[in-house]
Design a protein around this ligand. Structure first.
Ligand code: G3H
Ligand code: 13P
Ligand code: ZN
Length: 322
């Protein structure tokens, strides 16, 4: 089937108590790993492209890679989504350039300005059959050039969501309930430590999510910054020349709980990066004489695929839903 929007996917996910995985793509190996796992698990999927990805790989290459995945995986629905669209022009370029979904992220702007920018994107997108994700509240961490320091993030105010959604006409809403971008989601001061010395982050604010849900019944909610930062890969990186002390993510049990609620889309990027980097570092440590990119990208791609499969089955609950 051709690329789809997320409308039907979200309806089914909301009613079925699961979430769709939204994975960031930057190159061929990542596209292949994600879509092969989804094909084998019969799972719908959102492939998302950030401003940084477009700058790195070029819009056309990314669209064509995703189109290749559509040809290779005709049995699963695939959405091509712009992640953290910074302005109207970028959203327009993606709407005109083959994307079926865009995010306009004006969450760092004042409420009225966020509404104004989002509304403008929604009008253009809807006129072209494209759906729009917007955001209220700010997450800690780094996304493209925007860095929000720990402590400067702000949870979504539930009392703002109805006005925001009705005035903008957006199709889904990303909210801030304590997730965070990147591999260092929390400072040591924000966490406790378990008996193995691993940081345990503060729990997600399910109370905020419940309040949002009450005000927007049936409306798809999105969680960004939802990597779990698998300690297996942090260890692999650290044992093979890396230095990522105190990298910590969102516990998968909490994401599973979120996926059962109104959360219909869960964004995962850093976990795939950790799997790729850990695999490549290990390969080079074990084979210092090798230099063929196909040899070191192969295990990296295989490990990303298995990680995505695990997310589909054990975290998102979307295996078998295509
Ligand atoms: O939230 C941002 C995503 O992880 C994409 O990251 O801007 O480095 O491509 P990027
Ligand atoms: P992570 O950094 O937790 O993978 O979040 C990715 C994300 O939110 C992309 O928009
Ligand atoms: Zn994000």
């Amino acid at each position: 089937m051709p690329l789809v929007t997320s409308t039907e996917m979200f309806k089914k996910a909301y009613n079925g108590g699961y979430a769709i995985g939204a994975f960031n793509v930057n190159n061929m190996e990542i596209v292949q790993a994600i879509t092969e796992a989804c094909k084998e698990e019969h799972a719908p999927v959102i492939l998302q492209v950030s401003k940084g990805a477009r700058a790195y790989a070029n819009h056309t290459y990314l669209v064509k890679l995703v189109e290749a995945a559509v040809i290779e995986c005709p049995e699963i629905p695939i959405v091509l989504h712009l992640d953290h669209g910074p302005d109207f022009e970028t959203c327009k370029a993606c709407i005109d350039g083959g994307f079926t979904s865009v995010m306009i992220d004006a969450s760092s702007k004042p409420f009225a300005e966020n509404i104004e920018i989002t509304k403008k994107v929604v009008e253009y997108a809807h006129a072209h059959g494209v759906v729009v994700e917007a955001e209220l509240g700010t997450l800690a961490g780094i996304e493209d050039e925007v860095k929000v320091e720990h402590g400067a993030e702000s949870y979504t105010h539930p009392e703002e969501v109805e006005e925001f959604v009705s005035r903008t006409g957006c199709d889904s809403l990303a909210i801030a309930i304590g997730t965070s971008h990147g591999a260092y989601k929390f400072t040591a001061a924000q966490c406790t430590r378990n008996e193995e010395g691993i940081l345990v982050p503060p729990p997600l604010r399910f109370d905020v999510l419940k309040e949002v849900e009450k005000r927007l019944p049936g409306f798809p909610i999105v969680l960004h910054g939802s990597s779990s930062v698998p300690q297996e890969y942090v260890k692999m990186i650290n044992e093979n020349g890396g230095a990522m002390p105190d990298a910590v993510g969102i516990p998968e049990s909490q994401l599973r709980e979120a996926a059962r609620s109104s959360v219909c889309k869960i964004n995962i990027d850093s976990d795939l990066r950790l799997a790729m980097t850990g695999s490549i570092r290990k390969f080079f440590a074990e084979h210092p004489d090798k230099f063929d990119p196909r040899e070191y990208l192969k295990p990296a791609r295989a490990n990303i695929k298995e990680l995505v499969r695990h997310k589909l089955v054990d975290v998102l609950g979307c295996s078998g839903k295509a």
